[in-house]
Design a protein around this ligand. Structure first.
Ligand SMILES: Nc1nc2c(ncn2[C@@H]2O[C@H](COP(=O)(O)OP(=O)(O)OP(=O)(O)O)[C@@H](O)[C@H]2O)c(=O)[nH]1
Ligand SMILES: [Mg+2]
Length: 296
């Protein structure tokens, strides 16, 4: 392929919390690099997933779900991540959950209108047996927002992902690839490990507790046969520490073992994961702590 005819660029995946943005990123890349859960606001920072084809490279930026209530330093940092991705975007990929009550979203659209071409992906179509309903959504979104394309997809079932990629390709600028052809992400293994642990907190802890937690990697030692990781789970209050540890340490064991399996897939080596729980009051408003977590 003549490099002069190559296309490449950034595609910011934006949408309301829980639309399926991170699930889509993983499906497109074919590997789990971004964490997902049934809870809204799982993603806290942008993560890039790189898809390289013979003549094109798409760099997808998964972003924190768009919200309007910014109370803590953490949620403000999440909004900055969203803005940062939009400032880099050559294309905005707007994901809409077809099962959500509100389809029209002028408030979100106003944030990226006019900055880059917009493609809408209507996600979770596997949950809508009535295809006419999907057609109606497409029509009303088309009339309201005039995007370059609207593609109904299912990120979990990997439906219509090729059609989505085909809709994005002609919108990329003609330029040399931005990353090496075999790169799949810009995130470090250390950062990904922290995220895999955080995902288990979102999936295995009840109620509001996951929102009070963060994960910091204290040490990360990568050897050919074994990766040794020591990580700290931060909680906001003393009472939460006991819940994360669980009776006889069972909960922490469950979290550690599930996270270890994911990290082993990423590193391709055996992983020894040591987990600790520490109380760090108001960490979500502590600038230094957010810095250390890469969230500022
Ligand atoms: N049925 C169905 N569920 C889906 C699909 N895509 C995502 N989900 C589910 O929707 C939930 C949210 O998915 P995420 O990928 O974490 O959503 P997100 O948009 O990244 O959410 P935030 O990071 O919180 O903004 C998870 O339980 C996914 O399994 C889909 O195509 N069909
Ligand atoms: Mg997400």
């Amino acid at each position: 392929m003549n490099p002069a005819s190559r296309r490449s660029g950034y595609v910011a995946i934006v949408g309301r919390p829980n639309a399926g943005k991170s699930t889509l990123l993983n499906a497109l890349i074919g590997q789990k690099i971004s964490i997902t859960s049934r809870r809204p606001q799982t993603t806290r920072q942008n993560i890039a997933g790189i898809l390289t084809r013979l003549d094109a490279q798409l760099v997808f930026l998964d972003t924190p779900g768009f919200q309007t209530q910014y109370r803590t330093g953490l949620t403000k940092a999440m909004d900055r991540g969203f803005k940062q991705a939009l400032s880099e975007a050559h294309i905005v990929l707007w994901m809409i959950d077809v099962t959500a009550n509100e389809q029209a979203d002028d408030e979100l659209f106003a944030r990226f209108q006019g900055i880059a071409p917009v493609v809408i992906a209507i996600n979770k179509i596997d949950r809508v047996p009535n295809k006419n309903k999907i057609l109606e959504h497409i029509q009303s979104l088309d009339t309201a927002y005039h995007p370059k394309a609207i593609v109904p997809i299912s990120a979990t079932n990997k439906l219509q992902l090729d059609t989505l990629i085909e809709a994005l390709l002609p919108l990329l600028p003609q330029q040399e690839f931005l990353y090496a052809e075999d790169d799949i992400t810009t995130a470090s293994m250390r950062g990904l490990a922290a995220e895999m642990i955080r995902e288990k907190l979102f999936r295995l802890l009840g109620q509001e507790l996951p929102y009070s937690t963060a994960v910091e990697i204290e040490s990360f030692e990568e050897k050919p046969l074994l990766t040794r990781i020591r990580a700290v789970i931060l909680v906001d209050k003393a009472g939460q520490k006991a819940i994360v540890i669980g009776k006889g340490g069972e909960k922490l064991k469950e979290i550690g073992s599930a996270a270890r399996k994911d990290i082993e897939k990423l590193t391709g080596s055996k992983v020894f994961l040591e987990l600790w729980v520490k109380v760090k009051q108001s960490w979500a408003d502590d600038r230094k702590m957010l810095d250390r977590l890469g969230l500022s």
